[in-house]
Design a protein around this ligand. Structure first.
Ligand code: PBG
Length: 325
């Protein structure tokens, strides 16, 4: 039997050799840590479908942001759960809303941490859809007006990046114009560009109490079967002034992340969503998988696919695992 000249196993024999030829280096600096902020003080309540993820009041959110920063995680993204929901989600642009308060508090405690705020309405409306309803549909342009108000209120609170996530047409350009007119032309936008109508958002909707009360989000979020359309969505957001584009979810869409990386020059973010987190947690708790190893493997795969940054509920624990080596 004639062996080939190249024996692939030679470079796999020791950890030192493997390290030398490792193509993808996962780093705490790749992560963005999502935090769910609720009204009150001293709140730290675990989300049942997301063990390890909590509803936090502003004070405890600051603690968790500090912990992330200490471990080298450079950014957090804030989601808010309001005191009261209404038809249009007006608490979303309240200067005294939980997200606006959390932005101020986290920036004060950790000026070096990048504070991102998600701008959407599903957590704030009593019907759970991502905007203003006209009959049984979300009214695109009326929603944009309110989205502008949210972005401005975040900007005034001192946010570092605004992340509009509602998948309304023209949302990036609209937010860009509003920010520019408000004197915030230096404030960047992270656009949820290719956001799919995914079943993997289930646990988030429990965490954010944002499940739609009727119907679903398929009239504004993307069909999981399409990737050319994702490139069209990204093209639009880039032309409207996005600074970072996002693909969401991550794991079932690694091919879309790869295409985005190859077809665009902007930074690409990937959202490792709640259902992806919950699956590992659930299987790990049952002892069916080695939780720590799967966390690092999954995050590595998302980076290998081409993501420049990963929004992930694993951020803090993964940073800790990476530190341990
Ligand atoms: C919508 C929004 C969603 C997520 C973040 N912002 C999804 C949705 O309910 O449509 C999902 C994040 C996750 O599942 O982790 N504003």
């Amino acid at each position: 039997m004639q062996f080939p000249e190249y024996r692939a196993r030679r470079m796999r024999r020791t950890e030192a050799l493997r390290k030398l030829v490792r193509e993808t280096q996962l780093d705490a600096a790749d992560f963005i840590y999502p935090l769910f902020v609720v009204p009150g003080r001293g709140v730290r309540q675990e989300v049942p479908s997301m063990p390890g993820v909590h509803h936090l009041s502003v004070d405890t959110a600051v603690e968790d942001a500090e912990r992330a920063a200490e471990l080298g995680v450079p950014a957090v993204i804030l989601f808010g759960i309001p005191e009261h929901k209404d038809k249009v989600g007006s608490e979303a642009w309240d200067e005294g809303g939980v997200v606006q308060k959390a932005i101020r508090a986290v920036k004060k405690a950790q000026p070096g941490l990048v504070v991102i705020a998600d701008a959407c309405f599903c957590e704030y409306t009593d019907h759970g859809h991502c905007g203003v309803l006209a009959e049984k549909e979300v009214d695109n342009d009326a929603t944009l007006e309110n989205l502008g108000r949210v972005a401005l209120s975040y900007a005034r609170a001192g946010v570092d990046l605004v992340a509009p996530s509602g998948m309304m047409d023209g949302f990036v350009g609209f937010v860009r114009d509003v920010l520019d007119e408000g004197g915030f032309e230096q404030l960047p936008i992270m656009a949820y560009s290719a956001k799919y109508a995914s079943a993997f958002y289930g646990p988030f909707r429990e965490a954010a109490q944002s499940a739609p009360s009727f119907g679903d989000r398929r009239a504004y979020q993307m069909d999981p079967a399409n990737s050319d359309e994702a490139m069209r969505e990204i093209t639009l957001d880039v032309s409207e002034g996005a600074d970072i584009v996002m693909v969401k979810p991550a794991l079932a869409y690694l091919d879309v992340i790869r295409r985005a990386r190859e077809e665009f020059e902007l930074p690409v973010a990937a959202y490792n969503v709640s259902g992806e987190y919950a699956m590992l947690r659930a299987a790990g708790e049952r002892g069916w998988i080695d939780y720590d190893r799967t966390v690092l493997e999954v995050l590595t795969s998302i980076k290998r696919a081409g993501a420049d940054m990963i929004l992930t509920y694993h951020a803090v624990e993964a940073a800790r695992l990476l530190k341990r080596g």
